[in-house]
Design a protein around this ligand. Structure first.
Ligand SMILES: [Zn+2]
Length: 828
């Protein structure tokens, strides 16, 4: 299918206005297809002109424009030309459509726990034409009236409040103007918990087999939902406009969540069937706040074209952290942002695919999909924090509120937004926005206490004069010795306050994490970090140091062994769960497995396991910290007796008896060590015959070592077209878990030869994730980098999503190669 270009979208929006859309879906036709009838009313500014309609049916039954029949053969590659337009037009399309298995379009999943079927619409980013006929672009908004026929006993939810008018027949309230990409319908025997807040009907929904955890966790989710509504209403002075507010936890969802007005969809792993760490509840609460922020940023006012994606995502990301801190119990939200989000964004800045926050080209929709990354989210949010530091919070909120009012139910652009910020602040923001929004790149910030100089170095590839508002703090033992604010303009800034401050063992630039920069720690601080990090009393500063260490490893300036050593000393003493979880994930997943040479990996894993054991021993039994510690012990331990005990549900830490997700972590570790076989994995799966259990079994089987097991997993990944998006992720995620490079090496050329062709049956959003997980990141050898370079140069039919995954993974592989060349030689 051709991807809609920006110029096509501009021409179409200049020509037509959509005034209303009626969609009638028949979900009672079996498991493979559904019926879809669409009636679109639209006006045309130049009668006699022509445009095109988007539709990707399994079979088109009939299509009329103003009562005149259009032959089905005129639908080519998802488009049909509508010519001879009148001033007022009606197009009616009736078609049979296909359900998806890749999380894009109208996805249908079967829950093995009870055999029930579930359907949800995820039309982002350009999947609407696979569900109904439309003009699929963000600035042709229209009110929707949706009706649905579904099997009796199902529940139907959507953007407008749903009413069952007769058994199996549902009508959804007509909506305010919506963009095509956030129209949705969810249908199935969903379990529900309902409430109300401030006149807004609320609903939480999940598969029937998740009813018990849904009901148990509903009070916490409702509490956050209510707090967010109150906070946003107070902040923006604009009431939530979309009627009811449903949050639906759906199976096999690609992203974290999607902001469909009135009917937000979430990945249903966020309904925790086992124990939940505080970090996970924080992330879910943050996601609730993020999606609700989109009701204003994205849904009420939508970016005109995808190049202003940041107007959606940067705002939602910023608002979510702010709301967690100011309106919920998760007052550590900014610390979480440092380790969970900014580390992701800094990694994105280091790859060749980095781009400016705003004003990117996004020449077509498939290109735009590649911008849903750490730049548009994490850097955009950090940039907004810098904007607030620059113009003040009152001006920011005043400008935001005026922007939302002015463009309500319509679309906005960067220029519109900046205009409101300039009027509210009285400042010219041209230079500021060029440096922060329109230029890619990550500055390196360093502070020298002795001279009192703060240096700022822009990357050679992306020169820019970014002004930074930050602070520098110094720590000795458990004391914060100083903290001085710095406004860094130009390459060096003299700070008399820093020079005058008493000397400290550890000097931490950007200690409050106000700005967006790589922090380069000075040599004395680096030397003091392994012993001193745990003593820093401020969790935010500790998070900044951890991020600086991991970034330093990636940049080749910090020896990965120093990070492992620091981990062993400081991690077990950490009490912030976001730091515990994210740092351990980065160290175990990336630092140990790719930056260290194979001969040192087992030893480093033992350090992680020992640290996890220490944390488990010192934590209150059954506490969320203990759960987190036990999980990392299960993932890293080489203690076969312990692993076998836990897999057999013996001697489990408190709170983990009957926790099937924990058991799969243990089985996966045993599998990667070759200590279980397919039959014993199958026996565990029979104990947990659920969606999650089947994925756990698939991941464990893919992790089994040996030529035969690898061949099975690879064929399932690359040739079995029945596999869902989540099954492909489980296979790809497990495949490289074992350590035998002699076997794994054979799959390096096969990755480049075979994974790109999955695009014949897997959608771009899903395949981008699979291609990243399946990349041979563990074979850190020049031959892998050469194969990767060759694939990118040949570009033989790489889709934009696969190409992007390879570019980023290749860049990370080269970081590991560079580090090994530098530090392995030094140790040898
Ligand atoms: Zn978002």
């Amino acid at each position: 299918m051709p991807s809609l270009t920006r110029s096509e979208a501009n021409r179409r929006a200049a020509l037509i206005d959509v005034t209303s859309v009626e969609v009638d879906l028949d979900l009672h036709q079996g498991a493979d297809t559904f019926g879809s009838t669409t009636t679109i009313s639209f006006t045309c500014r130049e009668p006699g002109a022509s445009t095109f309609l988007d539709l990707q049916p399994h079979e088109l039954s009939s299509l009329t424009l103003n009562g005149e029949r259009i032959r089905p053969e005129e639908l080519v590659d998802g488009r049909v030309v509508l010519s001879g337009l009148a001033a007022d037009n009606t197009v009616v399309a009736a078609a049979t459509m296909r359900y998806s298995r890749d999380g894009q379009g109208l996805h249908r999943a079967v829950d093995p726990a009870d055999g029930e079927h579930y359907v949800y619409g995820h039309l982002f980013l350009d999947a609407a034409p696979t569900v109904f006929a439309c003009f699929d672009q963000p600035d042709l908004k229209a009110p929707y009236a949706v009706s649905v026929t579904a099997p009796e006993g199902w529940q139907v939810l959507g953007n407008g409040g749903a009413t069952q008018v007769s058994p199996g027949r549902w009508e959804l309230a007509r909506t305010h103007p919506l963009a095509t990409y956030f129209v949705t319908v969810c249908a199935g025997p969903y379990a529900s918990v309902r409430a109300e807040h401030d006149g807004i009907p609320l609903g939480l929904h999940a598969r029937a087999s998740l009813r018990e955890p849904l009901e148990r966790q509903a009070p916490q989710m409702f509490e956050v939902t209510r707090a967010c509504f109150d906070y946003y209403h107070g902040l923006f002075g604009i009431r939530y406009p979309f009627g009811e507010y449903h949050q639906v936890f759906v199976p096999e969802f690609n992203a974290g969540a999607m902001e469909n007005p009135g009917c937000v969809t979430f990945r249903d792993t966020m309904v925790f069937r086992g124990a939940a760490a505080r970090d996970e509840v924080l992330t879910r609460s943050n996601t609730i706040a993020h999606e609700m922020a989109h009701m204003w940023f994205g849904d009420l006012v939508t970016m005109r074209w995808w190049d202003d994606l940041w107007l959606n995502e940067s705002f939602a990301e910023y608002m979510a952290h702010r709301t967690c801190v100011e309106a919920t119990e998760f007052t550590e939200g900014w610390v979480d942002s440092t380790v969970a989000r900014k580390m992701w964004g800094y990694a994105a800045e280091r790859t060749p695919s980095t781009h400016p926050v705003a004003g990117g080209a996004a020449l077509d929709t498939q290109a735009a999909l590649q911008d849903f990354d750490g730049i548009s989210y994490a850097k955009g949010a950090a940039t907004l924090r810098q904007l607030i530091a620059h113009i003040g919070d009152d001006a920011f909120i005043e400008g935001v509120s005026a922007y939302l009012r002015e463009h309500a139910f319509g679309n906005g652009t960067l220029a519109d937004f900046l205009g409101f910020m300039e009027r509210a602040s009285g400042l010219d923001l041209g230079g500021w926005s060029r440096a922060w929004l329109l230029t890619a790149g990550l500055d390196v910030i360093a502070a020298d206490q002795e001279s009192g100089v703060v240096t700022r170095r822009a990357p050679a590839a992306h020169p820019a004069d970014r002004p930074h508002t930050l602070d520098v703090a110094g720590f000795t033992g458990r004391q914060e010795v100083f903290r001085v604010p710095v406004t860094a303009l130009g390459d060096t800034t003299d700070s008399p306050e820093l020079k005058a401050a008493p000397p400290a063992h550890l000097v931490v630039p950007n200690a409050s994490d106000l700005t967006w920069a790589t922090v380069a720690l000075d040599a004395d601080t680096l030397a003091a970090v392994p012993r001193g990090l745990a003593d820093i009393p401020d969790p935010q500063a500790r998070a900044v140091v951890w991020a600086a260490l991991v970034d330093g490893v990636c940049l080749g300036t910090v020896d990965p062994r120093l990070v492992v050593q620091t981990f062993g000393a400081a991690w077990p003493a950490e009490d912030n769960e976001s730091v515990l979880n994210r740092v351990a994930t980065a160290v175990l997943g990336r630092v140990v497995q790719t930056f260290l040479p194979p001969a040192e990996q087992a030893g480093a894993k033992a350090v992680v396991a020992q640290a996890a054991q220490e944390l488990l021993s010192r934590s209150e039994p059954g506490s969320t910290t203990a759960v987190l510690a036990a999980r990392f012990l299960a993932r890293s331990s080489a203690d076969v007796g312990l692993l076998r005990d836990w897999a057999g549900r013996q001697h489990l830490p408190r709170g983990l008896a009957g926790d099937s997700d924990f058991r799969w972590l243990v089985v996966r570790n045993l599998a990667a060590r070759g200590l279980v076989d397919p039959d014993s994995i199958e026996a565990v799966r029979r104990d947990d015959d659920t969606l999650a259990g089947r994925l756990g079994a698939l991941g464990a089987r893919a992790a089994l070592p040996g030529a035969e097991a690898k061949e099975w997993a690879w064929r399932e990944l690359t040739t079995n077209r029945e596999r869902s998006n989540y099954e492909l992720n489980a296979l790809a995620g497990g495949f490289w878990a074992e350590d035998d490079l002699d076997v794994l090496r054979g799959y390096v050329p096969r990755y480049f030869a075979e994974v790109p062709s999955l695009s014949a049956w897997v959608g771009a959003d899903a395949l981008g994730r699979v291609a990243t997980l399946a990349f041979p990141a563990r074979v850190v050898e020049q031959a892998t980098a050469d194969a990767s370079a060759a694939a990118l140069v040949a570009d033989g039919g790489l889709t934009p999503a696969v190409r992007r995954s390879i570019v980023d993974a290749d860049s990370e592989l080269r970081e590991a190669l560079r580090s090994r060349r530098r530090f392995d030689a030094a140790t040898a």
